[in-house]
Design a protein around this ligand. Structure first.
Ligand code: ATP
Length: 144
């Protein structure tokens, strides 16, 4: 159900990363609001996720209308477009979101995200690569 206690999460961008993130949060019974500007992606995911809406997340007014300001956390999962990712973080900062997580695709991208006000910057590909490397090495040790 709809909660206004700030425990919900807004996920922006339904690429591979964003869609898995939104699905995981839903399965953990978190209230999730998912936003993507691509109508085909919205259509495709609306069967599996509770609240998927089509909007341009760089538009502060659109986010406000969707009630984004009442959420405690937002994750900007946009990767390919640095401009869209940065402008989205900026809009979330303007709305006063208490916890903004943003995905970076490079160190420079990460710097910009932090300087406009993202609270947490994440590198999904780098983090997964590192984790898998550790997994492989620990499995290798099993055979020595
Ligand atoms: P992934 O690596 O996670 O698969 P991707 O590279 O396929 O991501 P991106 O281009 O990073 O895709 O974008 C992820 C999603 O973000 C796309 O579905 C895209 O429509 C959405 N998106 C991009 N810009 C905006 C925006 N301004 N407003 C809302 N959604 C956006």
């Amino acid at each position: 159900g709809r909660r206004a206690d700030g425990s919900g999460v807004v996920v922006i961008g339904l690429g591979r990363f964003g869609s898995h993130l939104a699905g995981s949060l839903s399965r953990m019974n978190r209230e999730v609001l998912v936003i993507d500007r691509n109508p085909d992606r919205v259509q495709r995911w609306s069967a599996q996720l509770d609240r998927v809406v089509q909007a341009d997340s760089t538009e502060e007014g659109a986010l406000r209308q969707l009630g984004v300001a009442s959420f405690g956390r937002a994750v900007v999962a946009i990767g390919a477009s640095v401009e869209a990712s940065v402008l989205t973080v900026l809009a979330l900062v303007e709305l006063g979101l208490p916890q903004i997580w943003a995905r970076a695709t490079s160190q420079k991208h990460a710097k910009i995200l932090s300087s406009v006000g993202a609270h947490h910057v994440i590198f999904p590909e780098a983090e997964t690569g590192e984790r898998v490397a550790h997994l492989i090495v620990s499995r290798l040790l099993d055979f020595i």
